[in-house]
Design a protein around this ligand. Structure first.
Ligand SMILES: [Zn+2]
Length: 249
């Protein structure tokens, strides 16, 4: 039941994120005007605005003008639903489920906005941080010190990185990592490590394709890597941290 709820909520929120991802960086209202076709500006009827299904039924075309509707819309809806469902399915304690849902629902719009516009909006991060603290206080008050410590520690760690390498990372990344700490606790270390490995891997790949000089100029935003690292840490973090503390140290 909870899993079905997570899937439906993920689809609906994914649909809302499509609006957020487009309008927020353009400083447009999230509410008005309602959804409309980007080509003919015709309003989208509620029955044509059902997540994923409408796009399939209409074969990715506007009902009025036949203009193409990007596959990105259903992809964001499906991706969000996959993440919210996986959290409900694979995480166990109420604390980890609540913080996990807050985390994935923040990461979808943040990663896509950063990818396209190179900004990580405070207007998303700040409410998410407040929600993570409230969710922690409600589900497992004893875990709050770990949340806070991980948030502050991770943000300070990334601040050093951002100061050393200002072109690759910004204050948005520092704040995002603080949120990851609030949601992941000590597993945030796994998230940062995974993000750095992915970032370096993609960086090397870019340089191999376009050459080192060109590659250095192609600054890739770090937010999407942090988001990917956070998802890895969310599901694989606790066993990795456990293994490290018990086998390596
Ligand atoms: Zn149209």
């Amino acid at each position: 039941m909870g899993i079905l709820l997570a899937a439906v909520a993920g689809l609906l929120l994914g649909s809302f994120f499509n609006v957020v991802i487009w309008r927020l960086p353009r400083h447009e209202s999230l509410v008005t005007p309602g959804s409309h076709c980007p080509h003919c500006s015709e309003p989208v009827a509620p029955y044509d605005n059902v997540p994923v299904l409408s796009w399939i039924v209409l074969r990715g075309r506007c009902r009025h003008c036949g203009g193409g509707i990007s596959v990105r819309y259903p992809a964001v809806e499906l991706g969000t639903a996959a993440l919210t469902t996986a959290v409900a399915l694979f995480l166990h304690s109420s604390q980890r489920i609540a913080l996990g849902e807050i985390l994935v629902l923040t990461l979808v719009p943040v990663a896509l906005i950063d990818l396209e516009h190179r900004i990580i909006p405070n207007v998303i991060l700040a409410p998410a941080a407040v929600a993570a603290l409230i969710a922690g206080a409600l589900t497992r008050p004893a875990g709050l010190p770990e949340q806070a410590l991980a948030g502050v520690g991770a943000a300070l760690f990334l601040l050093l990185f951002a100061l050393a390498y200002p072109r690759g990372m910004g204050m948005g990344d520092v704040k995002l990592v603080g949120l990851l700490g609030l949601c992941l606790g000590r597993s945030v270390a796994v998230a940062i490590l995974a993000a750095l490995i992915l970032g370096v891997g993609v960086g090397v790949g870019v340089m191999a394709r376009v050459g080192v000089t060109e590659g250095r100029k192609t600054a890739v935003p770090f937010g999407p890597f942090l988001a990917a690292g956070a998802v890895i840490a969310l599901f694989a973090g606790p066993p990795v941290v456990h293994w490290y503390l018990h086998s390596v140290l």
